[in-house]
Ligand binder design. Sequence first.
Ligand SMILES: [Zn+2]
Length: 129
Amino acid sequence: MTVPRFWRKITNRYNLIGTRCDNCGSCYFPPRIMCPSCRRDSKMEEYRFSGNGTLVTYTVVHSSTSDFSSQVPYALGIVRLDEGANVSAQIVCDSEDLNIGMRLKSTFRKIGEDGDKGIIYYGTKFIPV
Ligand SMILES: [Zn+2]
C-alpha cells in the first residue's frame, strides 16, 4: 500500500467517509470506486455518513490478542448506518444492555495502543443513543 493511500484510509475510518452513487443513491462504506448496481453508469462521490445507525448483530469478546487484552470483555457489532451501509465496529456498552435493533451513534475513541512504542490508535466506535 502506498503512503498516500494509507493516510486516505485513515481519514475514512476517522470520519466515516464512504462513497455515494449519485445515479441510484446507494451509499458504501468502506468507499467503492464503482457502484455494483449501476456499474458503467456509476457516479461516485465522497460521502460523510451521519454516524447514526441500528445494531444488526453483535458478539462479546472475552479473550483477545494482547493488543486488546486491556479492553476485554468488549462487544463487536455490525451497525447498519441509516444511509444503508453496514460497518463493523466496537460497541461501547454494558453487555447486558446490548440489543439487536438498538439505536447507536458513532464516536471517536481510543482503539488500541502499541505498548512498545507508546503509540495510541484512535478510530470509530459506536455508543447507545
Ligand atoms: Zn448506483
